[in-house]
Design a binder for this molecule. Structure first.
Ligand SMILES: [Zn+2]
Length: 359
């Protein structure tokens, strides 16, 4: 499973899939799960793989999209002005490599502008630039060159250009878009791992779209699957680097899979959380309970659909997400796959009924 995890995470993190342009991740999902279950798609581009037979409906969902940019304007000199897709902090962007994906599918390498220190006043040096002030340089000489020779159009999606790399420390990796390719890899590997098991439920693996711009595909996915339980798989921010209080850490690399029980978008069903914790303990899977006062996931929209869907979020903490280079410990990811598969096996009709028995 570990070797497969490495190759799958490489393939997924190197895919170009800014919100609204998820096709490269969707293709990997389809390739990996052909023959495992019944594949389908919704009209926004979300993908589904349905397995199992009788019993409650369980949804295992991750979002396919990543934060990026789109071309807003092409200057007379051939430079690209951009709009952000999802949340960025400009500090992380100057002088970074990006790829613009053209309508014909070509990827054009470029660099986000920066100003040489020689040209900066002391006041300018201390300022964080607004994204509106940045531009991308692809080496074009004019607007016509950019359009005709590079094939770039307004609206083309732009993603960081970053290779998946192993660090000197075993099991530590650096890549873009661990948010949320760890979640997508976990959906795929969980379904593959469970393919030979007789499940007590109908299991649907889902790749949602447009999470980074406001959990938009998640509502559609929940309405399509109408699950009795939703397990959302994520790559949320770690909190174990300088600047955080180690005593309050709930997302340390190497401390196990995160079980997120609250954030501003969702309060997870307490009975489901208790079950997840029990399953983790019984299977000796390392985990960290996470209570967040910021951020959000697809659970924010999923749990409100279908007259209420008990939901929980499992996560592989990643340092420096929403930047060009994020870092994970692969063992946390493997713990997430173990926990999601063990949890699916435990969700039989009686257990699922018990999650929402209020009268
Ligand atoms: Zn994100």
């Amino acid at each position: 499973m570990k070797k497969k995890a490495q190759s799958l995470l490489q393939e997924l993190t190197e895919a170009h899939a800014v919100s609204g342009y998820e096709e490269e991740v969707r293709e990997i999902f389809v390739n990996e799960l052909t023959g495992i279950g019944e594949l389908s798609a919704d009209k926004m581009g979300g993908v589904y793989c349905e397995t199992g037979s009788d019993g409650p409906s369980i949804m295992l969902a991750g979002h396919m999209d990543e934060v990026g940019f789109r071309v807003k304007h092409i200057t007379p000199g051939g430079f690209l002005k951009i709009v952000a897709v999802g949340g960025w902090w400009t500090h992380t962007l100057l002088s970074q490599r990006v790829e613009v994906k053209t309508q014909s599918g070509n990827k054009v390498l470029g660099v986000i502008s920066s100003v040489s220190p020689h040209h900066l006043s002391p006041a300018e040096r201390s300022k964080v630039l607004d994204i509106a002030h940045l531009f991308i340089d692809i080496g074009a000489s004019s607007q016509a060159d950019t359009i005709q020779n590079f094939g770039i159009s307004l609206g083309d999606p732009i993603a960081p250009a970053v290779p998946f790399s192993a660090l000197g420390k075993p099991d530590h990796y650096l890549a873009k878009a661990f948010d949320n390719r760890v979640g997508m890899a976990c959906v795929i590997q969980s379904l593959q791992e469970l393919a030979q098991t007789a499940l007590p439920n109908q299991l649907t693996g889902v790749g949602t779209v447009q999470e980074e711009v406001g959990l938009r595909g998640a509502s559609v996915a929940a309405r399509k699957v109408q699950p009795d339980v939703a397990i959302i798989l994520e790559g949320p921010p770690a909190d174990d680097s300088p600047g955080f209080n180690p005593a309050e850490s709930q997302g340390a690399l190497g401390a196990g899979v995160q079980i997120r029980i609250q954030d501003p978008t969702a309060l997870m069903n307490p009975r489901l959380v208790a079950l997840v914790e029990r399953v983790a303990q019984e299977n000796q899977i390392p985990y960290q309970i996470t209570v967040r006062d910021s951020g959000g996931t697809d659970a924010g929209n999923i749990h409100k659909e279908n007259l209420g869907i008990p939901s929980v979020v499992l996560g592989t903490p990643a340092r420096y997400i929403h930047s060009h280079n994020a870092m994970i410990n692969l063992n946390d990811y493997l713990a997430m796959v173990q926990l999601s598969t063990a949890l699916v096996k435990a969700l039989d009709q009686e257990t699922v009924d018990g999650l929402t028995k209020y009268l």
